[in-house]
Design a protein around this ligand. Structure first.
Ligand SMILES: NC(=O)C1=CN([C@@H]2O[C@H](COP(=O)(O)OP(=O)(O)OC[C@H]3O[C@@H](n4cnc5c(N)ncnc54)[C@H](O)[C@@H]3O)[C@@H](O)[C@H]2O)C=CC1
Ligand SMILES: CC(=O)C(=O)O
Ligand SMILES: [Mg+2]
Length: 372
C-alpha cells in the first residue's frame, strides 16, 4: 500500500505521524511510504533519516495526499488538509469530532474512511491509542499549572509544594483516568495537597489503595465538585466520555468563586472542555483569564514535548498501521472490532454514535456498512 506522512500544520505541532523506525518496518513489509519534506525535522528526524528507512521524500503536502491510499497523521486535519482528502483514501489520526462540526461536515463530504485514534479500543475497554498522549498531557498538566500559578503569568503566586512553615497548594483533579492518574503522580511528587474526583468507584478505590491518606478521593457530584473546585489553587479537567463532547461539569459560577489567581488546566479541551468557560488555546498563546482565573486550554499539549510524544504514539499506532496497510482498511476493521471502534466517518456517513448526536448527522452502524 502507498502510505503518506504529511508535516503537521497545527499551531506549534511538532509531532509526526510515523518515525523513521516505523517507516522502516512498513517498507520491510513491502509498502511504499511518502513523507513530506521536514515532517520530522523539528524533533531530530531528518529527511535523510527517512530516506535511509526507505521513504520517498516529497516537497509538498499536496503531493503526499495525491500519491497515497493511507494518510497517517497526528492531529485532526486542518481545513486545507481536509480539502485534499478524497474517496478511496483512509485517514488515520486523532479527530475529536464531537465538538467540531465543521471538521465532521468536511470529512463526511470527502468520502474518505476516517479512523480516529482516540476511539480505538482494547480488550479491557480502554483507549490504547489515546493513552500515551494522556500520559504525556497528564504529566504536563501539573508543570503547566505550576507555571500558571506564578504571579507574572496572572497566577496567585503559589508554589505547589509550599515550603516548611507554609501550606502546599491545593490541587483538584476532575477525572481519575489516564490523564488524572498521571497528573496525580506529578502533583503528589511536587508535594501538593491533592483531591481526585471520579464517578467510577473502582477508579477511586485503586487510587486510594495506591496513595492511602496522602490524597483525598471524592465521588463526583455537583456538590463535591463545587466544594473542591472553589477551594483549589489548581484544577485539572480530565474527564472523558469516549467520543462524546466533554460534560460541562465546572460552571461559570464555580469559576467566579475560585480564589483570584487560581488556575484551570482543562486537558479535556480536545473534546470541547469540561468547564463552561473553556475555549481552545494554542502553545503560542496558551492562557486567558476569566473572572480572575487563569485558563490553560491547549488542545495539543503533547505537541510541546513532540519527540517523547511521537515515539510514544508510534509504539501504539504501528501495529494498526501495519494491519491497515497489509489487509486494506475494510478487511483490517472487519477482522478487528477494536480498530472498527475507531471508525468515525465512512463513505460519507458518520459511524460513531456520540459524534452523530453531537454534530446532527444521522448515525450509521459501521458493522452493517462493512457487511460484518
Ligand atoms: N489537551 C490535550 O492535549 C490532550 C487531551 N486529552 C484528553 O484528556 C481527556 C481525558 O483522557 P483520559 O484520561 O485518557 O480518559 P480516561 O477515559 O482514561 O479517563 C476519564 C475519566 O473521567 C471519568 N469521568 C467521566 N465522567 C465523570 C464525571 N462526571 N465526574 C468525574 N469523572 C468523570 C471517567 O470515569 C474516567 O475515569 C480526554 O478528553 C482526552 O482526549 C488527552 C491527551 C492530550
Ligand atoms: C490526544 C490529543 O489531542 C493530542 O495528543 O493532541
Ligand atoms: Mg474569582
Amino acid at each position: 500500500m502507498k502510505i503518506g506522512v504529511p508535516r503537521e500544520i497545527k499551531n506549534h505541532e511538532y509531532r509526526v505521524g510515523m518515525t523513521p523506525a516505523a517507516v522502516h518496518e512498513l517498507v520491510g513489509q513491502g509498502h511504499e511510504v511518502f513523507v513530506e519534506t521536514h515532517a520530522g525535522a523539528a524533533i531530530g528526524f531528518s529527511d535523510d533519516d527517512y530516506r535511509q528507512a526507505g521513504a520517498q521524500i516529497l516537497q509538498a503536502a499536496a503531493e503526499v495526499f495525491d500519491a497515497v491510499e493511507l494518510i497517517v497523521k497526528v492531529k485532526e486535519p486542518q481545513a486545507e488538509e481536509r480539502a485534499r482528502l478524497s474517496e478511496g483514501q483512509t485517514l488515520f489520526t486523532y479527530l475529536h469530532l464531537a465538538p467540531d462540526k465543521p471538521q465532521t461536515d468536511d470529512l463526511v463530504a470527502s468520502g474518505a474512511t476516517c479512523i480516529a485514534y482516540e476511539t480505538v479500543t482494547d480488550r479491557k475497554g480502554r483507549l490504547p491509542l489515546l493513552a500515551p498522549m494522556s500520559e504525556v498531557a497528564g504529566r504536563m498538566s501539573i508543570q503547566a499549572g505550576a507555571h500558571c500559578l506564578e504571579r507574572s503569568v496572572g497566577g496567585r503566586g503559589v508554589l505547589l509544594g509550599g515550603v516548611p512553615g507554609v501550606a502546599a497548594a491545593r490541587v483538584t483533579i476532575v477525572g481519575g483516568g489516564v490523564v488524572g492518574q498521571n497528573a496525580l503522580a506529578m502533583a503528589v511528587g511536587m508535594g501538593a495537597q491533592v483531591t481526585v474526583l471520579d464517578r467510577d468507584m473502582d477508579v477511586l478505590r485503586s487510587l486510594d489503595h495506591l496513595y492511602g491518606n496522602r490524597i483525598t478521593t471524592l465521588f463526583s457530584t455537583a456538590h463535591t465538585l463545587d466544594q473542591a473546585v472553589t477551594e483549589s489553587d489548581l484544577v485539572v479537567g480530565s474527564v472523558l466520555i469516549p467520543g462524546a463532547s466533554a460534560p460541562k461539569l465546572i460552571t461559570r459560577d464555580m469559576i467566579r468563586r475560585m480564589p483570584e489567581g487560581s488556575v484551570l488546566v482543562d486537558v479535556a479541551i480536545d473534546q470541547g472542555g469540561c468547564a463552561e468557560t473553556s475555549k481552545p488555546t494554542t502553545h503560542a498563546d496558551p492562557t486567558y483569564m476569566v473572572d480572575g482565573v487563569v485558563h490553560y486550554c491547549v488542545a495539543n499539549m503533547p505537541g510541546a514535548v513532540a519527540r517523547t510524544s511521537t515515539l510514544a504514539l508510534n509504539n501504539v499506532t504501528l501495529p494498526f498501521i501495519s494491519a491497515i496497510a497489509n489487509k486494506g482498511a475494510d478487511q483490517a476493521m472487519t477482522d478487528d472490532p477494536h480498530l472498527l471502534a475507531g471508525l468515525n466517518v465512512y463513505d460519507g456517513k458518520v459511524t460513531y454514535k456520540e459524534v452523530a448526536e453531537a454534530t446532527g448527522h444521522p448515525y450509521t452502524d459501521p458493522a452493517t456498512l462493512l457487511g460484518i
